[in-house]
Design a protein around this ligand. Sequence first.
Ligand SMILES: CC(C)(COP(=O)(O)OP(=O)(O)OC[C@H]1O[C@@H](n2cnc3c(N)ncnc32)[C@H](O)[C@@H]1OP(=O)(O)O)[C@@H](O)C(=O)NCCC(=O)NCCS
Length: 173
Amino acid sequence: MPNTLDQFDIRPIEPNDKEGLQEGLTLLSNESRRQRFFSSRKEFTENELKFFTEVDQVNHIALVAVNKSPGPSPAGSVRCIRDTHPGREHFAELAITIIDSFQGMGLGFVLMDLLAQAALKQNITHFYGDFHTSNRKMLKLLEKYCVKYHIPPQSFLLNRKSDGFLYFEMPLS
Ligand SMILES: CC(C)(COP(=O)(O)OP(=O)(O)OC[C@H]1O[C@@H](n2cnc3c(N)ncnc32)[C@H](O)[C@@H]1OP(=O)(O)O)[C@@H](O)C(=O)NCCC(=O)NCCS
């Protein structure tokens, strides 16, 4: 049986993905846009597009998923950015976005899994980040990763912050 994820081309992000990223933002629902960017913004600036797409894949690792058919269209992206604080060099902040029409197909999990494998090769051993307490999908995604890689619950840090967000930290293996 064909894997439904075969419809996606998953690869490291490239400088010429700027247009796809900009288009992807317009395809997100307001809810997803808020969950990812904590605002309802509808356009990236030139500087942001440069930052998001011209990455070194060492301290800033990013992957994109492109829907291959009927014609190439953005489906999602995932990135992690290494913490520059002394003693935190093995930690990277995770951010992930799947366009609504492709959510719930397993694409987010595959992207996060591939990103984690790429991150480990660059000596990044932990992901961290914030997400809103209402974002059950993100929590489930992280829990699913922990189950797959047998991350013990005590190693998965989840703190409720005063602003309605959850802060997480987790080892990748
Ligand atoms: C969070 C997000 C990345 C998940 O990606 P996804 O491709 O939809 O997730 P997957 O299909 O890989 O599902 C992974 C797990 O999430 C959970 N999940 C997925 N869709 C769900 C839904 N609609 N309701 C509840 N849980 C859900 C499931 O546990 C699922 O695992 P399972 O299918 O084995 O049960 C995606 O919803 C998204 O981009 N949301 C908007 C942006 C965002 O919130 N980013 C996170 C903050 S940076």
